[in-house]
Write a protein that binds this ligand. Structure first.
Ligand SMILES: Nc1nc2c(ncn2[C@@H]2O[C@H](COP(=O)(O)OP(=O)(O)OP(=O)(O)O)[C@@H](O)[C@H]2O)c(=O)[nH]1
Ligand SMILES: [Mg+2]
Length: 429
């Protein structure tokens, strides 16, 4: 995938020793190349890269950031602007109609979507609204049955009749209507789509776009939007193409949000489009959201007050629990991958050392008093000396732990605000 090159660029930024004009100019060229290769529309490539360049060369580096972090943040923010918003779909009763060209992935996506809602506690059903292709009925039925999804369809009836009957009979919360695809947008197809849309009055009309069509996505999306007014895009086959940027930028261009992304033939290969985590992952910075979810889950188990934890109102005691929780999170390597910057170029040896360091921190905290753990502010140099001696560590290590505590505190505050938590990441370990 051409967008993979962005990871390399992020790594280069974090590994650079001097960020100067020349570095920025070269980096912007690299970004341009990666985006163009991924089929992002040229005008958008220009916009994004110019914005990055302008900001990188003019904005002051805020306190606590170093120049590399600042540049990475700018790249992240401008790419994020470039993909636009995702689509929030409340988990409640809804009718969804899928449209798209032949082979774009509608039928597969219908079942993926149904499973998405089913996994979140809603009853879902699919409707065989493709009555043109003889095998379409069986394909949808089989896929639905394999995933225990309710199926509505009837052979030998028109799509309108099938949809009408399904809507009358279905009791499920989310009804997903599959429709016929064509080679190109023909009048007949438009008429049928309009009729189904009128009859079903769907809450969502999603255009299913094959990522492999690259820049052609824009023309297609426009045509469908003009024909029936779509309100979300589902990009499929993101796994098998280098041109995924085309569909991404088409969505941005016509101002329609991307709702989901399909990246594989299996029903599970499907996810809600979340711009922030999408871009984070493109840059190899890991998925912060899932880290937060994991931390919250473990915090629950460990009886850490997750609210306080995320707010940053926590004490060294929480750090202690956090370290225990981290060990529970599994190999520290994986956890580090989920945290921006850590994910960049942390080699296994460093990860190992970090785990070692965590153990040392625990030992240090074992030598602290309850009062010190609950109110780290009182730890002055004489206490630091006592703790170091008591734990058989050095004063420097105790200071390191205190610094780590402060940094995590501000890091958690940032996570809470859902901003890119770059500032708090110089954990010094
Ligand atoms: N690799 C990959 N393959 C996919 C994905 N989504 C669908 N496919 C495959 O693409 C092919 C076409 O998918 P369908 O769901 O039948 O597409 P359709 O839009 O319903 O096709 P028509 O009904 O003929 O218009 C199938 O072989 C799917 O398995 C995806 O996200 N990744
Ligand atoms: Mg189909």
């Amino acid at each position: 995938m051409a967008l993979e090159a962005l990871k390399e660029i992020a790594r280069k930024i974090m590994g650079s020793t001097a960020i100067d004009k020349k570095f920025v100019e070269e980096m912007v060229k690299d970004i341009q190349r990666a985006l163009i290769r991924a089929d992002v529309n040229v005008r958008q490539v220009k916009e994004i890269s110019e914005a990055i360049k302008k900001r990188a060369l003019s904005e002051e580096v805020p306190e606590y950031f170093d120049a590399r972090e600042q540049i990475l943040r700018i790249v992240y923010e401008e790419l994020l602007k470039g993909v636009g918003e995702g689509l929030e779909i409340p988990l409640k009763k809804a009718k969804i109609m899928l449209v798209g060209l032949q082979g774009s992935g509608k039928t597969t996506t219908a079942v993926k979507l149904a499973k998405y809602f089913k996994d979140r506690g809603l009853k879902s059903a699919v409707v065989a609204g493709d009555t043109w292709r003889p095998a379409a009925y069986e394909q949808l039925k089989q896929l639905a049955e394999a995933n225990s999804i309710a199926f509505y369809g009837e052979k030998g009836k028109s799509a309108i009749e099938v949809v009408k009957k399904a809507l009358e009979n279905s009791k499920e919360d989310v009804i997903i209507i599959d429709t016929a695809g064509r080679h190109a947008l023909e009048k007949e197809l438009i008429d049928e789509m309009i009729q189904i849309a009128k009859l079903a009055n769907p809450d969502y009309k999603f255009l299913v776009l094959d990522a492999a069509i690259g820049q052609l996505a824009s023309k297609q999306a426009k045509a469908f939007h003009e024909a029936i007014g779509i309100n979300g895009i589902i990009i499929t086959k993101f796994d098998g193409t280098a041109k995924g940027g085309g569909a991404l930028s088409a969505a941005r261009e016509i101002g329609i949000p991307i709702a989901f992304i399909g990246a594989g033939e299996k029903v599970e290969d499907f996810e809600k489009f979340d711009p922030a985590s999408f871009i984070s992952r493109l840059l190899g910075m890991g998925d912060l959201r899932s880290l937060i979810e994991k931390v919250e889950k473990i915090a629950e188990e460990e009886e850490i007050d997750a609210e306080a934890f995320l707010k940053g109102n926590f004490t060294l005691k929480d750090i202690y629990k956090q370290i225990e929780a981290m060990n529970k999170l599994g190999p520290i390597r994986k956890v580090l991958d989920m945290i921006p910057i850590f994910g960049l170029g942390v080699d296994d040896q460093t990860a190992e050392m970090t785990q070692e360091k965590m153990k040392r921190f625990k030992v240090i905290m074992d030598s602290m008093t309850e009062e010190e753990l609950l109110n780290p502010k009182i730890i002055d140099s004489s206490r630091i000396r006592r703790i170091a001696i008591g734990s058989g560590t050095s004063q420097q290590e105790v200071r390191e732990l205190l610094k780590y505590y402060e940094t995590v505190k501000s890091f958690m505050k940032k996570m809470k605000k859902k901003k890119l938590p770059i500032k708090g990441l110089k954990l010094g370990i």
